[in-house]
Design a protein around this ligand. Structure first.
Ligand code: AMP
Ligand code: MG
Length: 408
């Protein structure tokens, strides 16, 4: 396969064509946080379900308070969860707490701070307007309204809304099951003493974290050396367990790059090589019906390749309705040189300046320098025809996650 490298956008289009949302399951509400709605949620009721007080104060008839000061007699006191036993009539009021149903006869609430209470009577110091400080029935959500569409992430606020709506069970998309396979006979475990020529496997951990951040599940994690036999066996096992396989290393044109050789001979290869830096020798294939993302081994290439191709695919499979990162304009804080002919994804730290975001490039962009990725919170996308940008240039920055800024 010697075709010219694809642009990242073309490659992503192919990836998204090859991936489809997984099937769905219905789970208890309590387990739904972080999952993806696979159903539109139509409200079965009005929220709030009854008109209620937005304040601690007195439920009155606005017509009684057209001239002030004015004194009204208190019929009773009600709190949230209590129903008044009287109706408010001329010359009377009901003391009411936030969330309590507005009693019959009353058409507004006067906040406690605007009154003086003594001996079961209240003196009102301000005039009142009909409807004030009342949350009407259906003010938040109307019965029959579509509150959420399928594809919505069930974050804390959505989870809370589903509780308000009484959704005891929720239909969600099943989590993509991911197999991770790292290759390279130089690799050892995190706890191992390094022998000459060895390095610790970091890509497994980068991939586990990234997979997790997409709401997917790692069902298998393997490490092999650089022989085709080992890789073939590991890929076969992975394909039997997972919806997606992600590999690292062994996909360049070196002497010990078995992933490429095995996939070229056994899988349906959609592309190999993307015109990007880092991460050019990336291969995407389907093996026994399972999409395989074969990422190059350099730690930054793994993470950028994941960001550009695997993440959109996993979000689509997970049933999400959107995958694009928020992009902002930022002002480059140092000059930048970039190779022509390839889109470069530059690791940078965005900071909040007086007049917008500042982009501080996180050091040398060598794809082996994982530390620069670990310090970045954004990727600057530099177009293939740009070879130099002066300090102060405006660049597009893709936010990785939703980073916090500032300090305590
Ligand atoms: P490769 O793509 O297999 O030629 O690997 C490219 C570079 O990435 C080499 O320097 C490898 O040692 C390094 N590398 C490959 N896999 C890993 C890994 N799992 N963790 C850390 N570095 C790796
Ligand atoms: Mg290798």
């Amino acid at each position: 396969m010697n075709a010219a490298p694809l642009t990242p956008n073309t490659a992503r289009t192919i990836v998204l064509e090859q991936t489809t949302p997984l099937s769905t399951e219905t789970i208890p509400h309590a387990e739904a946080l972080g999952r993806i709605l696979a159903q539109d949620v139509i409200s079965p009721l009005d929220l709030p379900p009854f008109p209620n007080s937005a304040m601690d104060g007195y439920a009155v008839r606005a017509s009684d308070l057209q001239s002030v000061p004015q004194t009204l007699r208190i019929l009773e006191t009600i709190g949230a969860g209590e129903i008044a036993t009287h109706a408010v009539e001329d010359g009377t009021c009901i003391k009411i707490m936030t969330g309590a149903p507005v009693p019959a006869g009353a058409d507004c609430v006067v906040m406690r701070e605007e009154t003086r209470e003594h001996n079961r009577e209240v003196e009102f110091l301000e005039t009142a307007r009909g409807g004030q400080h009342i949350r009407p029935k259906g003010d938040d959500v109307r019965q029959g309204e579509t509150v959420f569409e399928r594809g919505t992430v069930i974050n804390a606020a959505v989870h809370a809304m589903l509780a308000s709506l009484g959704q005891g069970r929720v239909e969600v998309t099943i989590r993509p099951r991911v197999a991770i396979l790292v290759t390279g006979k130089e690799l050892v475990d995190v706890g191992a003493e390094l022998q000459p020529g060895q390095i610790r496997d970091s890509n497994s951990w980068a991939l586990r974290g990234l997979v997790h951040s997409c709401g997917a599940e790692v069902v298998s994690a393997m490490r092999t050396g650089d022989t085709q036999t080992e890789v073939e066996e590991a890929l076969r096992l992975s394909a039997s367990k997972a919806d997606v396989i992600i590999t690292s290393g062994g996909v360049s044109a070196g002497d010990f790059d078995p992933i490429r050789d095995v996939l070229l001979s056994q899988a349906n290869v959609h592309f190999w090589k993307v015109a990007m830096k880092p991460g050019k020798p990336l291969l995407f294939a389907t093996l026994h019906g399972v999409p395989v993302f074969a990422l190059p081994g350099n730690p930054v290439s793994v993470m950028v390749g994941f960001e550009e191709f695997v993440r959109p695919a996993l979000l689509k499979m997970a049933g999400r309705s959107a995958w694009k990162r928020i992009e902002v304009e930022a002002i480059l804080q140092s000059e930048l040189r970039s190779p022509e002919g390839r889109t470069e994804f530059v690791r940078a730290r965005l900071e909040q300046g007086e007049d917008g975001f500042l982009a501080v490039v996180s050091g040398d962009q060598n794809s082996g320098r994982l530390s620069t990725m670990a310090r970045a919170n954004a990727l600057l996308e530099i177009a293939p025809n740009v070879s130099f940008l002066p300090s102060g240039a405006r660049v597009r920055a893709k936010l990785l996650g939703s980073p916090e800024v500032g300090g305590f």
